[in-house]
Design a protein around this ligand. Structure first.
Ligand SMILES: Nc1ncnc2c1ncn2[C@@H]1O[C@H](COP(=O)(O)OP(=O)(O)OP(=O)(O)O)[C@@H](O)[C@H]1O
Length: 224
């Protein structure tokens, strides 16, 4: 469970999130809202990429301020642009990077690398230069690089924004098939119609927290 208690976040004297208290445990959670409403800032709080100015964020009891390493081991983060996430020149090296940081042995790294490449039909790309992948393949590699570390939660910040329709759908299918809890920041309302929970953020506050059937029309009305 990810718990936020009275969380506020400011950058300098600019308040961005105001007194948010939430518990996140459903399997598919979407976060939607206008540009600049605070969605990315909210997402970044969940794995300690941003720390609250006041209040606490905890993941399975671990405080993001005090136990960052435990939190990062539990919460994977996928960025909008996979180029910001892919750090090694060859696909298999990139997949191995996070696992090496976790201290996994060579055999486990090799097994998990094979498993994830097979799962997403990318075996033929194992020794491929990462920068030559298509946009969809790059995002799949970025997501794979997070999944091989076996996080309990995956936070995704607009992972399909840069993709064409076919790849958007492919990534949506990948996300829907995950066992982990996902917290998915998106502007793509079609993708979240059958999610368990939708949180609408407006001007740094939770304006609606409900099922898609209630939260999506609320958001559409807000944007009208
Ligand atoms: N590192 C930072 N330093 C200063 N201000 C920031 C920083 N990150 C975000 N902000 C500000 O916080 C506010 C919320 O930004 P955030 O990126 O969280 O919004 P968002 O809802 O994700 O927007 P978008 O849909 O456009 O991605 C904005 O006013 C932004 O300028």
């Amino acid at each position: 469970m990810i718990d936020l208690k009275n969380v506020s976040l400011s950058f300098g004297d600019h308040p961005v999130l105001h007194n948010i208290s939430l518990s996140l445990s459903e399997r598919r959670i979407a976060v939607i809202g206008a540009n600049g409403s605070g969605k990315s800032s909210f997402a970044r709080l969940l794995n300690g990429l941003a720390l609250p100015t006041s209040g606490t964020v905890s993941v399975d009891g671990f405080d993001t301020k005090k136990q960052g390493k435990d939190v990062r081991g539990r919460v994977g983060f996928v960025f909008q642009n996979p180029d910001n996430q892919i750090v090694f020149p060859v696909v298999e090296e990139d997949l191995a990077f996070g696992m090496k940081n976790l201290g996994l042995d060579k055999a486990t790294i090799a097994t998990r690398t094979t498993e994830i490449l097979e799962r997403y039909d990318m075996q033929h790309l194992r020794e491929h230069p990462a920068h030559l992948l298509s946009g969809g393949q790059k995002q799949l590699l970025a997501i794979s690089g997070v999944l091989v570390m076996a996080p309990a939660y995956v936070v995704l910040d607009e992972p399909t924004t840069l993709l064409d329709l076919r790849n958007k759908r492919r990534i949506a299918r990948v996300l829907n098939a995950l066992d982990q809890t996902i917290i998915h920041v998106t502007h793509d309302l079609d993708q979240i119609a059958d999610y368990d929970r939708v949180i609408v953020i407006d001007e740094g506050r939770v304006a609606c927290d409900a099922t898609p059937a209630k939260a999506i029309p609320f958001y559409q009305e807000l944007m009208a």
